[in-house]
Design a protein around this ligand. Sequence first.
Ligand code: GUN
Length: 286
Amino acid sequence: MPAQILDGKAIAAQIEQEIKAELEELKSKYGVTPGLAVVLVGENPASEVYVRNKGKKCSDLGINSIVRRLPESASEQEIIDAVQQLNEDTSVHGIIVQLPLPKHVDPEVVISHIDPSKDVDGFHPVNVGWMFIGRNRFVPCTPAGIIEILDRSKIEIEGKRAVVIGRSNIVGKPLSILLLQRNATVTVCHSRTVDLPSITRQADILIAAVGRARFVTADMVKEGAVVIDVGINRVDDKIVGDVDFDAVKEVASAITPVPGGVGPLTVIMLMRNTVQATKMRLQRSQ
Ligand code: GUN
């Protein structure tokens, strides 16, 4: 039987309604409109698309959106100065630095200058550390969105064998921690993993976050597995995931499509983190 298609767009729309209600309460009770600032360095075409999508979602929801653009030639210190200005701006509740940054800039150094209470990407070492010890503050948006897809589709995580392909700081590593928090047995695979298919075939929940088009083939997937595809790859003017969707959907019990799977969740979780940052500031000031 072909797999159930996990409709990320519909799940994101549901969460969007919940966020709208929270935004109305923030406005009516406290007169506060959240502000989200994006620091965008250079002119990476993919980043331009992501930032445009984030700005559009902000305007749909009535969140103030600020884009601080810097040229490709900006120095690390100039980027840090821009971040620090946003740290001090009380109209800004959330800050993200769009990645990747130009090669001459160390992203970890820049991120470490974001005020952790405004770090809505959840990339600051302080927030990463809180998550590592199970006391989540800001959780990175894509991993948080994947957990929402599983939960809202009533897919049990506890006790399941989860295999994550990819160990990035943005997706693979934080997702492995979240799955562990939910009592999955987690294996993280990467480019040096020996005999990857023998490991992916053990997965009840298989997550592909490798950034290689149609990398996960049907022979790598156990019958009845849940497959989550984080990939966004351009092939001949078409966007495809890290999973060979057409073949794998015949083996899996459930699968996210690309586009329309994980992507819509990432943006909406950023909005939710921005609302959370706003509420946390209100609590601190009371
Ligand atoms: N580049 C790709 N994904 C992300 C993300 O989630 N946040 C930021 N800041 N940059 C990214």
